[in-house]
Design a binder for this molecule. Structure first.
Ligand code: BV8
Length: 238
């Protein structure tokens, strides 16, 4: 019985064809705003309203009805459903397109745009409307103590122990739609290779920063490359 384990890492490129911005493409988010102004704890302490506005704009965009999971998201959900061994999907993305496509064994290492975290009680609650300095925590009711439940630069990503364990034990590591600029995610391919067992594959529009570390690379849009690769491994393995 096939029990080989697969770990998948996704980045903003997998959601591009669904209409969401990437970060470092010429038309990406960091071409319009500076990380230091909207995506660090210091930025939030300095100007919380500006940080709330940045995430409120992205949340409203994600919730618009023309933003839907694309064929790449669907292919990964199919792989999880049909592959006999474990498939762990680690996403850097804060959108909910993987869940909406049906993926279940999923870690949002950089958090979730549709969740609020309370700085008083620590609860993470579903959150779909604009967040302001007066918003009430759904769990404890305190006013004005909410932040978006994402990991900013300088903060510890979520579930790192579980991710490193999965990388050390996997037989296949697939990296999809990420530029390989941000750590620790950019170091995952090296972690997977360290076991000496994992086959490593990059599916990206263009070579990423860490492209040379992958044993196999396919460059093109995720909506084309991911379904093709999933079909291939479901039929013939790797
Ligand atoms: C950490 C959530 C310690 C918020 C994000 C100084 C102080 C403190 C830390 C640092 C420092 N200097 C460096 C660091 C480390 C820092 C870092 O790596 N900085 C970089 C800029 C050098 N990292 C951190 O701070 C991390 N925390 O280090 O804690 C630690 C260390 C080890 C172990 C444990 C703890 C926290 C980083 C998380 C920050 N939060 N997002 C939000 O979303 O607003 S990061 C943000 O950028 C995204 O979440 C994403 O994770 C990340 C990378 O972006 P990508 O997803 O790769 O997107 P990008 O646009 O870059 O690339 C898109 C790719 O898709 C491109 O290659 C493109 O060609 C391709 N593409 C485009 N279209 C398509 C496509 N591919 C396929 N199909 C298409 N159609």
């Amino acid at each position: 019985m096939e029990s080989r384990r697969i770990v998948i890492l996704t980045g903003a490129g997998i959601s591009k064809e669904s209409g969401l911005d990437t970060f470092r493409d010429p038309d990406g988010l960091w071409a319009r705003v500076r990380i230091e102004d909207v995506a660090t704890p210091e930025a939030f302490a300095r100007d919380p309203d500006r940080v709330h506005a940045f995430y409120n704009h992205r949340r409203a965009g994600l919730l618009s009805e023309d933003v839907q999971p694309n064929a790449a998201h669907a292919a990964l959900a199919r792989l999880e459903a049909e592959w006999p061994g474990e498939v762990l999907l680690v996403t850097q993305n804060i959108d909910d397109l993987h869940e909406r496509a049906g993926s279940k064994n999923l870690i949002h290492m950089h958090g979730e745009l549709l969740k609020a975290r309370c700085l008083v009680c620590g609860a993470a609650s579903p959150w779909r409307e604009d967040m302001t300095g007066d918003s009430l925590c759904p769990a404890c009711g305190v006013e004005g103590a909410l932040r978006v439940n994402v990991v900013w630069f300088g903060e510890m990503p979520f579930e790192m122990d579980r991710i490193y364990e999965a990388l050390a034990a996997c037989d296949l590591f697939i990296s999809i739609g990420t530029s390989g600029n941000v750590y620790p995610a950019a170091g995952f391919v090296a972690e997977a290779r360290a076991s000496g067992r994992a086959h490593t594959v990059e599916l990206n529009l263009e070579p990423s920063e860490g492209s040379s570390l992958f044993a196999e690379r396919h460059h093109g849009p995720a909506g084309v490359e991911v379904p093709a690769y999933v079909d291939k491994i479901l039929k013939n393995g790797w």
